[in-house]
Design a protein around this ligand. Structure first.
Ligand SMILES: CC(C)(COP(=O)(O)OP(=O)(O)OC[C@H]1O[C@@H](n2cnc3c(N)ncnc32)[C@H](O)[C@@H]1OP(=O)(O)O)[C@@H](O)C(=O)NCCC(=O)NCCS
Length: 197
């Protein structure tokens, strides 16, 4: 897919291109869409918070994130259609200890289960290790989020611990599983090719 590089292009700005997805910067115009995803129980049921989020909060967070060095956000696009389908980000980026936390939301239900979550996870790991020079990427996932756990394992994450019964939903307590991936355990898939290395 050609990189749009002209001002008249209506295509979104893209940083990385995978097989099925592309990653680009956050886009202020898409805040109402991000806000829909963040209020959809079918998406937030597997996230830490399920409270309503108003658009103004989303705008405020966007402005704060833009200036925060410990965060790095991408919009996820489906490659074929260039439709925005979700967000992924690193939080708590710590360049001294070379670690960060991985997060992902595919807000568009119709494209889940097609391998996109796995590919995004690999792309962000690759970016973290090859470009940012990070060494340990960590994540938290709820034990009933089986699809996410499977996608993370396929991408290279391994369970490294759990906090028992730390999340309440549907009348039950669920474990929060911790997973991590080291730079030394990860084989660069796309970025080395893309950088011509
Ligand atoms: C979690 C999420 C990113 C996964 O994205 P995705 O594109 O659906 O993931 P993939 O298609 O790459 O992989 C999912 C895998 O889990 C499998 N899977 C799905 N449901 C499953 C279940 N109940 N049990 C076991 N495996 C399951 C799928 O078959 C697929 O494996 P396969 O490719 O080997 O067939 C996406 O569902 C999402 O954004 N959910 C809402 C927000 C969220 O939970 N974010 C993560 C918080 S930790």
């Amino acid at each position: 897919m050609p990189q749009p590089n002209r001002m008249e292009s209506r295509e979104p700005v893209i940083n990385m291109v995978g097989n099925g997805v592309c990653l680009g910067p956050l886009d202020r115009k898409l805040l109402p869409l991000y806000n829909l995803w963040n209020n959809d129980l079918q998406t937030t049921r597997t996230l830490a918070s399920m409270r309503p989020v108003i658009l103004e909060e989303e705008i405020l967070a966007f402005d704060q994130i833009m200036n925060a060095k410990e965060y790095l956000f991408f919009t996820i696009y489906e490659k074929e259609t260039l439709t925005p389908i979700g967000n992924t980000y690193l939080s708590d980026i710590d360049f001294k200890n070379r670690k960060a936390e991985f997060n992902i939301v595919i807000g568009d239900h119709s494209v889940r289960g097609k391998g996109y979550g796995t590919e995004v996870t690999k792309l962000v790991l690759d970016y973290s290790f090859q470009i940012l020079g990070l060494h340990n990427i960590f994540l938290r996932v709820l034990e009933y989020n089986k699809g996410a756990i499977h996608a993370y394992e396929k991408a290279g994450f391994k369970e490294c611990g759990r906090r028992r019964q730390a999340h309440f939903l549907g009348g039950k307590y669920w474990d929060t599983i911790f997973m991590d991936c080291l730079s030394t355990e990860f084989e660069s898939v796309l970025i080395k090719d893309e950088l011509g290395l």
